[in-house]
Design a protein around this ligand. Structure first.
Ligand SMILES: [Zn+2]
Length: 366
């Protein structure tokens, strides 16, 4: 499959409409044309065209009729969850966690394995492919491809892992192209925090218009949604809060500098000082909210779950004190709803979003 060309403007509008209808329908209850027309602020005739397109592709189906008083009964429509599948892989330095999901993002099956020390690329790619193949054997529906979320920075359009520390056996590797060639399937590579934000947005539809997701794994990073759009930045590394300095001349960081938030956070945890670690997260969140003005902060990632109560309390206190003179600023702080599956599920949902019609850097082999 050749690289997907950028959609033309009209195709992009159609894609966004298809995606919006699917996003409403996947929440569960069957929907009518009128409900969809109202939600999208378009005419019922336009909805008919969108539904015809989606039904022709097998993504949606009729789901019976509803009699609402006199006149013609109303036809209802639903998503066909078993029509498509996507695989999501979450790669860290030590672990590989994968899921296969249906068209609504529900997990069909998951796999997890330790990979020891970061393996060199010629060993990493077959390990990723082996887990993907195991997951590919599970569940019905056409398999669309594989999403891979990993710590960044990641050159998203190019599908290349960039990395920040040296030496790093993965630095500069075209991981998307290598994995696509190995599997013979389209692959999408993204920063773990952005995959996580997509996964969370699927769980909390319409609530994350202005939101920051703080991901606490081996590193510390954030993904941002501002006015409904995922922010990537000029170099695709918006939200790299782990390397913002929280203490001058502080703990040495893997990036070569001192006092970075992620170095201070892990130094505090290593010293057994959970409260100090939580204060580092709180400082990062307060600065982030000050900079980008979000109304929701989601905390996720394997490292934070063990001490999430301390962390959430510290963040809420910092926001309360930090905005004491601005009572109109209200920021909801919450823990991710997807647990340790968050990044893998999000990476799979990014592949589904491409099928839904949203532009995503999903690229086939060759
Ligand atoms: Zn650093």
């Amino acid at each position: 499959m050749p690289p997907m060309p950028s959609p033309r403007p009209l195709e992009r509008v159609a894609g966004a409409h298809d995606a919006a209808v699917l996003a409403i329908a996947r929440r569960g209850e069957p929907v009518s044309r009128a409900e969809l027309a109202e939600a999208l602020a378009v005419t019922p005739q336009a909805i008919s065209k969108i539904l015809a397109r989606l039904m022709e592709r097998g993504l949606m189906a009729e789901a019976g009729t509803l009699v609402l008083g006199p006149g013609k009964p109303t036809t209802l429509y639903r998503v066909v969850p078993t029509s498509r599948r996507a695989i999501g892989l979450h790669l860290t330095r030590r672990r590989l966690h994968g899921v296969v999901v249906d068209l609504t993002g529900e997990i069909i099956e998951r796999r997890e394995q330790e990979i020891g020390a970061p393996p060199p690329i010629p060993e990493l790619i077959p390990a990723l492919a082996a887990q993907a193949r195991e997951l590919a054997a599970q569940g019905p529906g056409e398999l669309l491809g594989v999403g891979l979320g990993m710590p960044g920075p990641v050159d998203w359009p190019a599908g290349v892992y960039r990395g920040t520390s040296t030496p790093d056996p993965w630095r500069g590797a075209p991981i998307r192209a290598l994995l696509a060639a190995e599997l013979g399937l389209p692959v999408l590579l993204d920063h773990d925090s952005r995959a996580a934000l997509v996964g969370e947005a699927w769980s909390q539809p319409d609530l994350l218009r202005n939101a920051a997701l703080l991901l606490v794994e081996d590193g510390l990073g954030a993904a941002l949604s501002l006015e409904g759009t995922t922010v990537r930045g000029a170099h695709f590394q918006a939200g790299e809060v782990g390397h913002t300095v929280v203490r001058m001349d502080g703990a040495a960081c893997t990036c070569g500098r001192r006092g970075c938030a992620q170095a201070e956070y892990h130094a505090a945890l290593a010293a057994g000082d959970e409260a100090a670690a939580a204060r580092v997260l709180a400082t990062v969140v307060l600065d982030l909210v000050r900079t980008v003005d979000v109304d929701r902060v989601i905390l996720g990632g394997r490292t934070v779950y063990a001490q999430h109560e301390t962390s959430m309390d510290a963040i809420r206190t910092a926001l309360h004190e930090g905005f004491a003179a601005e009572p109109w600023v209200h920021v909801e702080v919450m823990l991710s709803t997807r647990g340790t599956d968050l990044i893998a599920v999000g990476a799979a949902c990014q592949v589904l979003e491409h099928e839904y019609g949203l532009p995503q850097a999903l690229v086939g082999p060759g």
